[in-house]
Design a protein around this ligand. Structure first.
Ligand SMILES: [Zn+2]
Length: 135
């Protein structure tokens, strides 16, 4: 019996994630250990994201099992973009109370970061002193 195969269409609904990764070119996605996990490519379905281990042909669904599994990673990445305020913040539309709250919040963040820098500098000095005593 002849089986009908289709070409895996990958994940073509994550334009937001792709443009966040590479604004103008084709996006490449890496695993935590630096290996290429998936790539955005031009296909007959338009731009789509296929995994490096894409099965290319599929007979049951439009998307192969590997690419389908990777879609959950892309969903996660997409939700992180939406949560990120940097791309959607337009200060022009903030009320003065919202601006004050933001200012206070950033002052606290600066204080915390300065404290962190202080700790890191102390640790760096201690490490350098320790290294010098070993020499
Ligand atoms: Zn695939």
């Amino acid at each position: 019996m002849l089986k009908l195969y289709k070409i895996c269409k990958g994940n073509n609904q994550f334009t937001d994630v792709c443009r966040d990764t590479n604004e103008y070119g084709l996006a490449v996605f890496f695993s935590s250990d630096g290996l290429v996990k998936a790539r955005e490519e031009e296909s007959v379905y338009g731009r789509t994201v296929r995994t490096e281990s894409c099965e290319i042909l599929t007979c049951t669904e439009d998307c192969c099992g590997v690419c389908k599994l990777y879609s959950s990673d892309l969903v996660q990445k997409s939700s992180r973009i939406v949560k990120s305020p940097k791309s959607y913040t337009n200060w022009k539309y903030f009320t003065s109370q919202q601006l004050k709250d933001k200012y206070d919040q950033q002052r606290v963040e600066i204080k915390i970061l300065k404290r962190k820098i202080g700790h890191l500098e102390e640790r760096a000095v201690l490490k350098m002193e320790f290294t010098w005593t070993l020499i």
